[in-house]
Design a protein around this ligand. Structure first.
Ligand SMILES: Cc1ncc(COP(=O)(O)O)c(C=O)c1O
Length: 377
């Protein structure tokens, strides 16, 4: 889609992706880094991010769906890269997954048996990663169910990996931390049994929260998502590793004008000017993935200063109060997420204001907001 007149866009710093991959690789060495690029790399653009991550030394990539995996596999540069499909798949996707040599997570016995039978028919090992539910309560074999182990012949090359996912490794409370420990203890016991049975699958459990705060869980591979994009899932601005922010959401002001005391702004008349107020319109709204939750709560940067959002966020625009920057003009740059001058509106801070998580803010951004990638190495 060509959008030559769009005034709102996202800048993505690929050198920051490369930096973050290297920081993770160094901290978790010798574990390899699986760059999690599902959901179009959390809204950052899967192809560009995957390329930057692989160049920076990532071991492989992870996506959520079969279609996301096939789309990357179709690109010649990712022909031989390991790509893991993380979310549950159905038996009718197995042929496509194996045909494209995608690594696949398996968390129930019928699906495992289906994949193994297909691999026998194809006379080629599958790349199956057994998912154990150690407490996430989502997909996977329950931690005390090892019935699947008998499905693998000794040394079966289709048994590529053994993995689990944490439910609260990004939490900062003592009970979150204790639960992460419990999950890892459950996993360790399973790993010991699997190894004793003569298997050597790739071991991986760590997402961003675990990498940042429970580094001892490192196995053969780690699966960072949000921290690749420079964001601490715990919402702190001084994460334990020196991450660099990747995404900046920018726009430009329009319709700058004075409203009179007593005038209301936007739908529902939820904000009324107490005094004559300089108001500008930012051409970005919930149709672009800028949440309506920011109505009269969020702020943006203009001339390096924080200026508040007034009234409801509309589908295509929202209004800001420019009283503190009276020399603001139509066309001036607005930074919605990111840095302008000495000021910064981090995704962590903005997510807290909206009562959500940074993941949602980046994933929400729709195709109407063009991505501009720079800093490729
Ligand atoms: C199985 C699995 N591993 C790793 C990740 C990456 O998580 P994070 O973005 O918190 O690092 C996810 C994301 O939800 C996931 O589902």
């Amino acid at each position: 889609m060509s959008l030559p007149y769009r005034r709102s866009f996202v800048e993505i710093d690929l050198s920051a992706i490369a930096h973050n991959v290297r920081v993770i690789a160094e901290a978790m060495s010798p574990a390899g880094v699986i760059a999690v690029v599902k959901a179009d790399a959390y809204g950052h653009g899967a192809t560009a991010v995957a390329r930057a991550a692989m160049k920076a030394g990532a071991w492989g990539l992870a996506v959520a769906t079969t279609d996301e995996g096939l789309a990357l596999r179709a690109l010649p540069e990712f022909r031989d890269v390991r790509i893991i499909v993380l979310a549950p798949t159905l038996a009718d996707e197995a042929a496509a997954l194996q045909g494209a040599h995608l690594d696949v997570i398996v968390g129930n016995l019928p699906l495992l048996q289906h994949h193994l039978a297909l691999a026998r028919d194809r006379r080629e090992p599958a790349r199956l990663h057994i998912q154990m539910d150690t407490g996430i309560g989502r997909d996977g074999f329950r931690f005390d169910d090892l019935s699947w182990l008998e499905a693998f012949a000794p040394g079966d090359p289709s048994f590529a990996g053994l993995m689990a996912h944490f439910s609260c490794s990004d939490g900062l409370s003592e009970s979150d931390s204790q639960f992460t420990h419990l999950q890892q203890e459950r996993f360790e016991e399973i790993r010991r049994t699997v190894v004793a049975a003569g298997h050597r699958p790739l071991i991986h459990t760590a997402n961003s929260g675990a990498i940042l705060r429970h580094r001892w869980v490192a196995g053969d591979l780690v699966r960072p998502g949000m921290m690749l994009y420079g964001v601490d899932p715990a919402g702190t601005l001084d994460p334990p590793l020196p991450l660099r922010p990747v995404l900046t959401l920018k726009s430009r002001l329009g319709a700058v004008r004075w409203v009179k005391a007593g005038d209301s702004v936007s739908y529902g008349r939820t904000w009324t000017a107490q005094r004559d107020t300089l108001i500008g319109v930012v051409p970005l709204g919930y149709g672009d993935g800028f949440p309506r939750l920011f109505s009269s709560k969020g702020m943006v940067l203009v001339h390096g200063r924080r200026v508040p959002i007034r009234g409801r966020v509309c589908m295509d625009q929202f209004m800001v109060d420019l009283s503190e920057v009276p020399d603001a003009r139509d066309g001036d740059e607005v930074v919605v997420y990111g840095r302008q001058g000495d000021e910064r509106l981090s995704l962590e801070e903005m997510a807290a204001i909206a009562g959500t998580i940074p993941y949602e803010l980046t994933c929400f951004l729709t195709a109407r907001v063009p991505r501009q990638w720079h800093g490729a190495e």
